[in-house]
Design a binder for this molecule. Structure first.
Ligand code: G3I
Length: 361
């Protein structure tokens, strides 16, 4: 066989094999990288989106081994009236997770937002206690064995409400006092004794933001107090809504905070990771690079703490993110907060997450 043909044929065969190989090669899998680092990677989902968009459903299955219902397990999704539950959407998330072999982190049993109109007004103590225990018991009980961990109370801390304990003046606090936290955790533990129970909050991430540093102190005091009073509390969920406009100050302060939480015997979950890039300008590639660097810096620091058990983004693709409505670009640029783009292709942020998990392994 003439060298030219061989070399050309050889090259052709080699090239086609390489292309075939590349085409068949699995794209990077964040859940595989996370598993090698002893963690899980997941994302928040809406059941109707998974049902309607098979390509997106396949991406979630390929990338995630943990799912969080973005809205399906909130009061306004579950409670059409005081004496009725509608579990259809929540059940669909459980079914999707089972189909993908993914774990479920439930969100959220008690919150001051997403309350249906019939339950949003102020109520007296006994009514609040009955309502809280009935709801938490019914929901955590229904998903006993199906939901591995829960955000039992979401966003309980609000220092601007000027309480000495830093607690938010929510309808639950006004009706029951600080004991509502213990009441909710106890009700969840009775209904689902195996579930890991967390409280969740935002604004704990940045070392240079004074109110966040202060909130870390308030949160630590709250965790210590709950544990001292025997609360069945197993974890802190750090939401991780990061800010494109801020310097990525995820340094010693954050590491110390994570270590202090872990020293209480608690696990740590990152449950709502994304980057608000509303103030960023320039090309998509330029914005993606900045967003990726923020992901990298935050997740590198987070994964230094062994107590961190999973990292979940608040959505997986820019095709579906609540930031499109909540934080649109003034000039109509597409919103790009998540690891995969609208065409479900991995962005720099996906590669940054992959590399961070590889470094942590
Ligand atoms: O499903 C209804 C739809 O039927 C109706 O036509 C439409 C009209 O407004 O509303 C739809 O419900 C919306 C729901 O998202 C689903 O899209 C609600 O109005 C809207 O308030 C709700 O917003 C969610 C928000 O929490 C409040 O529950 C966002 O999607 C969700 O991303 C956001 O997530 C929160 C976390 O739970 C807690 N941490 C902060 C995070 C971001 O705000």
């Amino acid at each position: 066989m003439s060298p030219s043909l061989f070399s050309r044929r050889g090259l052709l065969v080699g090239a086609s094999a390489a292309i075939a190989g590349a085409a068949c090669a699995e794209p990077p899998s964040l859940k595989a990288a996370a598993k090698r680092a002893g963690r899980r990677f997941g994302c928040a989902v809406e059941p109707q989106t998974l049902a309607a968009d098979g390509d997106f459903r396949d991406l979630v299955a390929q990338q995630c081994d943990l799912l969080i219902p973005e809205n399906a397990m909130k009061w306004n999704a579950l409670r059409p009236s005081a004496d009725a539950f509608d579990f259809a959407a929540a059940d669909a998330v459980i079914a999707a997770a089972r189909a993908q072999g993914a774990q479920v982190h439930g969100h959220c049993l008690v919150w001051h937002e997403a309350m249906p109109n019939w339950a949003a007004g102020p109520i007296d103590g006994p009514t609040a206690r009955d309502r809280l225990e009935a709801h938490v018991g019914a929901v955590a009980g229904r998903y006993r064995g199906a939901v591995a961990s829960w955000d039992v109370i979401n966003e309980a801390v609000e220092r601007n409400d000027r309480r000495a304990d830093g607690l938010r003046r929510s309808l639950w606090l006004e009706a029951l006092g600080p004991d509502y936290l213990l009441t909710a955790l106890d009700a969840a533990h009775r209904a689902a004794p195996q579930a890991r129970l967390a409280i969740s909050d935002y604004g704990l991430e940045y070392d240079h933001v004074t109110w966040m540093v202060e909130k870390r102190g308030t949160m630590l005091a709250l965790l210590r107090d709950l544990l001292r009073r025997g609360a069945p509390l197993h974890a802190l969920s750090i939401q991780g809504h990061l800010l494109g406009a801020e310097p990525a100050s995820f340094g010693l302060g954050l590491r110390r905070f994570l270590s202090d939480v872990a020293d209480l015997g608690l696990e740590i979950y990152v449950t709502e990771l994304d980057v608000n890039e509303q103030t960023l300008t320039g090309s998509a590639a330029a914005r993606d690079a900045i967003v990726a660097d923020i992901y990298r810096r935050f997740v590198d620091t987070i994964l230094n703490e062994p107590a961190v058990r999973f990292v979940a983004t608040w959505g997986l693709s820019d095709r579906y993110t609540s930031k499109t409505e909540m934080f649109p670009h003034a000039d109509g640029l597409d919103v790009r907060p998540l690891p995969f783009d609208r065409d479900l292709r991995p962005k720099a942020a996906a590669r940054a997450l992959q590399a961070a998990f590889q470094r942590a392994a």
